[in-house]
Design a protein around this ligand. Structure first.
Ligand SMILES: C[S@@+](CC[C@H](N)C(=O)[O-])C[C@H]1O[C@@H](n2cnc3c(N)ncnc32)[C@H](O)[C@@H]1O
Length: 314
């Protein structure tokens, strides 16, 4: 297996777990089944609840950002994989000026072919009158761009964002949903620093592992290693403080971090109660252990006081 292949496969895993949870009605997403085939694997309720909290928390912050900026903003989804937020936002009429997705070429190529195969995906991108530029692994629509780049090579990221017409003066939200942990920390630091210096108004939302310096963390690292998937950025995932400081140390104005167990307790509780009735779950401790090894970190730069420092996941 080439060195990045194990990492690339994590997208199939994530997409199939999401599809499975959506079919169980944890949340709504009419597009995920168009992006990934159904797998025969069944997932334990704690896995689906973990994905529920991850997807719900990321979406909450994304929607709040769009509302705060009145959609006069950009979304950059780093390591986007099979993410469907662009189409979901269109359904809600929450349309940013530009939505840019980056991932390895083999992942974006697969996404391009899924988009081409399903009219409902393609029409959304092409609905504005302008031409849409499609290649084997990239798409440039009016406000949707899917491009390939290795996120650990800053010059590639810069080039692809430029080709997508990024406007650094617009408020921009960067999403990294379970992505940075796969990137060597010195490289992700370079990326976070570059963003902080280039984008005057920005929000970065990072979901990934935390509290990894324990037995649970060791087992996760070993399991993934046996599938040729290396957590090259795991040293930033030691604690919530290491997670906050990776932003504060490179020019971000402020940063908050919560483990997913805390997040789960803050999410809109009526919906949490609804999903807890979907499947019987025997082992509450397993869920708690899982949630306490993932976190949500959000960092901001907000010179015009849009209110980015006051964002939360309630
Ligand atoms: C666990 S998947 C998550 C996908 C998506 N963000 C989600 O949450 O559904 C990790 C993604 O990050 C991408 N990724 C990891 N390292 C990358 C790198 N150096 N450059 C580009 N993409 C990368 C992988 O290809 C994969 O699509």
């Amino acid at each position: 297996m080439a060195s990045d292949d194990g990492v690339i496969l994590t997208n199939d895993d994530a997409a199939q777990c999401k599809r499975f949870a959506v079919e169980k009605k944890y949340w709504e997403d009419r597009y995920i089944s168009l992006m990934t085939p159904r797998s025969s694997a069944k997932h334990a309720p704690e896995i689906s609840r973990g994905y529920y909290s991850r997807v719900t928390a990321m979406r909450l912050l994304l929607h709040k950002f769009l509302k705060l900026t009145g959609n006069n903003c950009q979304v950059v989804n780093l390591g986007a994989g099979s993410d469907t937020n662009y189409w979901l936002l269109k359904d809600l009429n929450l349309i940013p000026k530009s939505f840019i997705e980056l991932d390895f070429q083999s992942v974006t190529a697969r996404k391009v072919s899924q988009i081409k195969r399903h009219d409902v995906l393609l029409q959304t991108i092409a609905s504005e009158e302008d031409d849409i530029r499609l290649s084997k692994s990239e798409i440039h629509g009016t406000n949707y761009h899917l491009v390939n780049a290795d996120l650990s090579v800053l010059s590639q990221v810069e080039k692809k964002l430029h080709e997508s017409g990024i406007d650094k003066s617009l408020p921009t939200i960067f999403l990294a949903e379970c992505v940075l942990v796969y990137i060597d920390s010195s490289k992700s630091t370079e990326l976070l620093k570059w963003i902080a210096h280039q984008f005057p108004t920005a929000l970065f939302v990072n979901y990934e592992q935390v509290n990894m310096a324990d037995r649970f963390g060791d087992i996760m690292i070993e399991n993934l290693k046996s599938r040729d998937c290396f957590l090259a950025g795991v040293d930033a995932c030691k604690t919530l403080e290491t997670q906050r400081h990776r932003f504060l140390d490179v020019g971000w104005e402020g940063a908050d971090a919560m483990d997913m167990l805390q997040v789960y307790k803050c999410l809109p509780q009526a919906d949490v109660q609804r999903i807890e009735k979907l499947e019987f779950m025997d082992e509450k401790e397993l869920l708690e252990q899982l949630l306490s090894h993932y976190c949500l970190v959000w960092a901001w730069k907000d010179p015009n006081n849009l209110g980015l420092a006051d964002l939360d996941v309630t």
